[in-house]
Design a protein around this ligand. Structure first.
Ligand SMILES: [Fe+2]
Length: 266
């Protein structure tokens, strides 16, 4: 299959295993793009966000309806891993959607987000393997309903997409990592810590890609980075970062001290 047919097929796949399998089939195209091959023409229309492929389960509920999760007992551990698996599953769709919907930005943009999709599918499999050891599978527990919402709201604007998905939501994910690490450290679960270490390393790079593309788009439009970012969060009524921020990870991903200070002061 040609590149955009594969991206489209992976984006639409309802079945989790089929989606991950189709994303893996993108690896040769990712390598080719990384080696500087030009982008084939997208022969079909980008679908509307609502048609994205996802399984019937998990049942998606409002975040308030989800119980507080602690890793000390197996049920809490499974709930925490299930929540992470859900984030990774949505992250596959978000990365595919960016590569597909905004492909007019060129081969480097498509390469970056196809690369992210490949890593997110790997993250999903790492966490899902841990979930299976506890006797659960993805879909067995309810999950957060809001993760796709910002994708739908920003479908017409790549500047807002880069700001609000990688540079806001994924950066909030960086802030969430230290307590998750501490929880699994506390129970001595080395296998999960190993999986989380891979995820934490890759996620810094994903936020950094969003940061780089956001800065590039701002520069092209001659608009300021920090003010534009904050204005977009207000316009889209997006959730601001919640302290404590993971300042080291955010700095590695491209946030500077001034912006971190502003986010903390909000
Ligand atoms: Fe991930």
């Amino acid at each position: 299959m040609a590149l955009f047919e594969l991206i489209d097929a992976a984006w639409r796949a309802d079945d989790v295993a089929a989606k991950c399998h189709t994303v893996d089939a993108l690896i040769p195209d990712y390598v080719a793009l990384s080696l500087g091959e030009s982008l084939p023409v997208a022969a079909r229309e980008v679908p509307v966000c609502a048609d994205v492929g996802r399984p019937l389960k998990p049942l998606c509920v409002s975040p308030a309806a989800l119980p507080f999760r602690k890793a000390v007992d197996p049920e809490g551990r499974a709930a925490l891993l299930h929540a992470i698996a859900h984030i990774e599953f949505n992250a596959i769709n978000l990365a595919l959607d960016a590569a597909w919907r905004f492909n007019a930005l060129g081969p480097a943009f498509v390469r970056d987000w196809v690369g992210v999709a490949i890593e997110e599918a790997y993250h999903f499999s790492l966490i899902h393997d841990r979930l299976v050891t506890l006797g659960y599978r993805y879909g067995d527990l309810p999950a957060h309903s809001g993760l796709w919402q910002l994708a739908e709201q920003t479908a017409g604007d790549v500047l807002a997409r880069m700001a609000l998905v990688p540079r806001l939501m994924e950066a909030r994910g960086l802030d969430a990592m230290p307590p998750i690490f501490r929880a699994f450290q506390g129970i001595g679960d080395k296998a999960t810590l190993r999986a989380l270490s891979v995820i934490a390393r890759d996620e810094v790079r994903h936020v950094a890609l969003g940061d780089r593309w956001f800065r590039q788009l701002c520069s092209k439009q001659h608009i300021p980075v920090i003010e534009t970012y904050q204005a977009l969060m207000t316009t889209y009524d997006a959730p601001w970062p919640r302290p404590p921020l993971n300042e080291a990870a955010r700095r590695s991903a491209g946030f500077d001290d001034d912006e971190i200070a502003l986010l903390k002061a909000h």
